[in-house]
Design a protein around this ligand. Structure first.
Ligand code: ZN
Length: 195
C-alpha cells in the first residue's frame, strides 16, 4: 500500500508528460483541425456543389456580359473610325479638286491681269511694311476659296464669269512673310469649309 502511494505521483507525472509530448509533436495537426472546425462549418457535399455551380454560373453570366459589352464598344469605335475616314476622304477629294481648279485659274491670262491690276493699284510693295521683296497678291476680304465656294465655281468658264473673282479691290500686295503671317488664305479655307 505504501509502495503504491509512493509510485502513484510518478505514474501521474509520467502520463501527463506523455500527453504533453504528444501535443507538442502533433501541434500543427492539432491546430489545423481546430481551425477547420471553427471557420468551416460542416455542410453537405450536395449543397457545396450546388453553391459552386451557382457561383460558376454567375461568373459565366458576368463574363458573357462583359464580352458582349466589349464587342459592342469595339464595333462602335470601328464604325466611328470608318465614319471619320470616309469624311476625311471626302474632304481630301474636295480639297484636291479645289487645288486643281485654283491652279488652272491661276494659269489663265485673266488671273494674271487681275494680279497686275492689284499691283498697279497699290504699287509693287507690301501694304504692311513697304518692302518690295518677294511680293505676293493676297485675297484681302474674301479668300480665293471662299469665292469659289460661295459662287459654286467648278470650272474655268464659271470662274471667268464670276465678277467677285476679278475684283481688284479684293486684292492687296504683301511680302511673303506678311502674307504667311496673315494666314488669311489658310484660315479662310478652313472657315469656309466648316460652313
Ligand atoms: Zn510686309
Amino acid at each position: 500500500m505504501v509502495i503504491l502511494v509512493l509510485i502513484l505521483p510518478f505514474v501521474v507525472i509520467g502520463v501527463v508528460a506523455i500527453f504533453f509530448i504528444a501535443f507538442l509533436t502533433d501541434r500543427h495537426h492539432f491546430t489545423e483541425k481546430f481551425d477547420y472546425q471553427i471557420t468551416k462549418p460542416v455542410i453537405s457535399p450536395a449543397i457545396e456543389s450546388w453553391a459552386k455551380r451557382k457561383a460558376n454560373e454567375k461568373m459565366e453570366r458576368r463574363e458573357k456580359k462583359e464580352k458582349l459589352e466589349l464587342q459592342a464598344r469595339l464595333e462602335r469605335e470601328e464604325l466611328f473610325k470608318q465614319k471619320i475616314l470616309a469624311q476625311q476622304k471626302v474632304e481630301d477629294e474636295h480639297m484636291n479638286c479645289y487645288r486643281q481648279l485654283r491652279k488652272e485659274i491661276e494659269a489663265t491670262p485673266q488671273y494674271k491681269h487681275w494680279r497686275q491690276g492689284v499691283l498697279d493699284k497699290y504699287g509693287k510693295k507690301c501694304i504692311l511694311c513697304g518692302s518690295g521683296e518677294k511680293i505676293e497678291v493676297d485675297h484681302r476680304y474674301q479668300s480665293f476659296y471662299a469665292i469659289i465656294k460661295r459662287f459654286g465655281i467648278t470650272n474655268i468658264v464659271e470662274a471667268y464669269e464670276c465678277e467677285a473673282l476679278w475684283d481688284i479691290n479684293n486684292g492687296a500686295p504683301l511680302c511673303r512673310s506678311h502674307h504667311e503671317l496673315t494666314k488669311s488664305h489658310i484660315n479662310n479655307i478652313k472657315n469656309a469649309y466648316k460652313t
